[in-house]
Design a protein around this ligand. Structure first.
Ligand code: G3P
Length: 219
């Protein structure tokens, strides 16, 4: 499973790159707004750092303007994936941009039917939002299970990768891996939390104390 980081914070991306946890980046307008910087500057800087796909979301809601914005975003760097919402206009824009050779991430997916439409539109990625489904009393990971089951029924026809988004916790990420999702995008704090375990910390402290007491040294 690939790990994308869901942030527009350059410092966090640099830190996680060193841990090998950045196979790609996803941004959205809310995340870019948090940086207080110009959209194009932020995206250019991220694309300079990261080799994998960097999702950049359109702001328009109608087909013609989504297309214009998507083309403009795609010019930033070859690894830009244009993010469009799962609406009729978004699906039309997806078809066109993919036909032009641009990678497209269809976002704000909340049902298996919507995911199927993204796949029919030739999306490179579809982003089901698990956390936001949990927020309204649904089982977010159930959606991932359903989408993967459906996509696996059509291995030759569907190439769309399932990009699990709105990930809020380590269990979300582990469950996505258990189900065999292609990609998880998670905020930096979730990726950082993956490494932590109290028994690792306790075990390390014990080893070091035993070494200190017996005078064992390497250097
Ligand atoms: O990638 C989509 C993600 O940013 C949404 O996450 O936590 O705002 O639901 P969240």
């Amino acid at each position: 499973m690939k790990f994308f980081v869901d942030t527009a914070d350059l410092g966090a991306i640099e830190e996680l790159l060193e841990l090998g946890l950045v196979d790609g980046v996803t941004t959205n307008p809310s995340l870019v707004a948090k940086t207080g910087q110009d959209l194009f500057t932020v995206l250019r800087d991220i694309c300079r750092l990261v080799e994998g796909p960097v999702s950049a979301e359109v702001l328009a809601t109608d087909f013609a303007d989504m297309l214009r914005e998507g083309r403009r975003l795609a010019e930033i760097a070859p690894n830009i994936a244009v993010k469009v919402p799962l609406t009729p206009d978004g699906l039309k824009a997806c078809r066109r941009l993919v036909a032009e050779g641009t990678a497209v991430n269809v976002t704000l997916c909340f049902s298996p039917a919507q995911a199927l439409l993204a796949a029919k539109a030739g999306a490179t990625f579809v982003s089901p939002f698990v956390g936001r489904l949990d927020d309204v009393g649904h089982e977010g990971m159930e959606l991932i299970r359903d989408i993967l089951t459906i996509f696996r029924n059509y291995p030759n026809a569907i190439r769309t990768q399932v990009l699990v988004a709105s990930v809020r916790s380590v269990p979300h990420l582990v469950e996505a891996a258990r189900l065999g999702a292609d990609i998880v995008t998670a905020p930096p704090q979730v990726l950082r939390a993956l490494v932590a375990h109290p028994l690792t910390e306790r075990g390390l402290a014990r080893f070091l104390e035993d070494a200190r007491q017996s005078g064992i040294r390497i250097l």
